[in-house]
Write a protein that binds this ligand. Structure first.
Ligand SMILES: C[S@@+](CC[C@H](N)C(=O)[O-])C[C@H]1O[C@@H](n2cnc3c(N)ncnc32)[C@H](O)[C@@H]1O
Length: 286
């Protein structure tokens, strides 16, 4: 792994620990983090150029009108295959990409370098960032925070590592406001599909977290995003066969209200639904 990042083993339940390149701190991963690291290391090769996440128009649109300061630094947390990191590099940011899964980070670096850009990579959990206070002009996290063991700690770290006036961009799966039935159904199904899933938070919950850390919300939108093929989605997470059955049974018996809320249906034999996706842009006061 580049930049000296490495994992070290520990004789603990969460048998993985992090060793960052430039420090001796080795925070042990909690169970949720360890599960994510193992799951995404296994599945890393599925997050390449053909992945649905390779389309980063959502990132570019969310950052439209956000100026890149001279030498502007961006941190892409939980970079996965590196698609957001590449988008940020193309927009002119000097990017550091982090993830908890070493193979994901390696693939992200390759993706960005093959596109003729460069980035720093760093192995760390989103809840404990190995950077000094006020290090970045922008922190981004896309389609990953629903895996985090502590969104509270994550947002605390975001606020800490942002420079005064810096921005936080969050794009993630969410749940409809004031619709507990759909929230519960979506959560259960996603947990079966990908056991490393943690929790989708509502727009209101994210706004509360962000404001509690002194960031001002500049933009917060919940938009439906099409999940175009449940089978493909199973493959991406390598969903165990018994869990696929549970998901398919849940789809067959979905309550009408939930079906309507998610526009769940079939298209050319494929099961499709529309996943509420939150885009939130927040700013640390200057
Ligand atoms: C769906 S991928 C991210 C996609 C990527 N951000 C993009 O825009 O293409 C989810 C990533 O979150 C990472 N992850 C999950 N939990 C994490 C945590 N607690 N800290 C850091 N990374 C985490 C996984 O290893 C995985 O690479």
């Amino acid at each position: 792994m580049k930049n000296g990042d490495s994992f070290t083993s520990r004789p603990r339940v969460s048998a993985i620990a992090l060793a960052t390149a430039d420090s001796s701190t080795t925070p042990a991963l909690d169970r949720t983090q360890a599960a994510s690291a193992a799951q995404f290391d296994r599945q890393s090769d599925r997050y390449g150029k053909s992945h649905i996440l390779a389309d980063t128009q959502d990132v570019a649109a969310a950052l439209q009108g956000v100026p890149v300061p001279p030498g502007g630094t961006a941190l892409d947390v939980a970079t996965g295959g590196g698609h957001t990191a590449l988008c940020l590099a193309r927009l002119g940011w000097r990017v550091t990409a982090g993830d908890i899964a070493p193979r994901m980070l390696e693939n992200a670096r390759r993706l960005v370098e093959e596109a003729g850009r460069s980035l720093e990579t760093k192995l760390f959990p989103a809840e404990t960032m190995p950077f000094g206070d006020g290090s970045f002009d922008l922190v981004a996290a896309r389609v990953a925070p629903h895996h985090f063991s502590s969104p509270e700690k994550f947002v605390g770290e975001v606020a800490r590592v942002l420079k005064p006036g810096g921005r936080f961009l969050l794009i993630d799966g969410s749940v409809p406001d004031d619709d507990p039935a759909t929230e519960a159904w979506l959560h259960e199904v996603e947990k079966w599909r990908d056991p490393s899933h943690g929790r989708f938070l509502s727009r209101a919950a994210w706004e509360t977290l962000v404001r509690a850390r002194g960031l001002g919300v500049e933009r917060s939108e919940l938009n439906p995003l099409k999940q175009p093929d449940l089978q493909w989605y199973f493959e991406t997470a390598d969903t165990p066969p018994e869990n696929r059955k549970k998901v398919l049974a849940a789809v067959r018996t979905v309550p009408p209200r939930v079906r309507a809320a998610l526009k769940l249906g079939e298209e050319d034999g494929r099961i499709v639904w529309w996943w509420p996706r939150l885009t939130l842009l927040a700013r640390r006061s200057a």
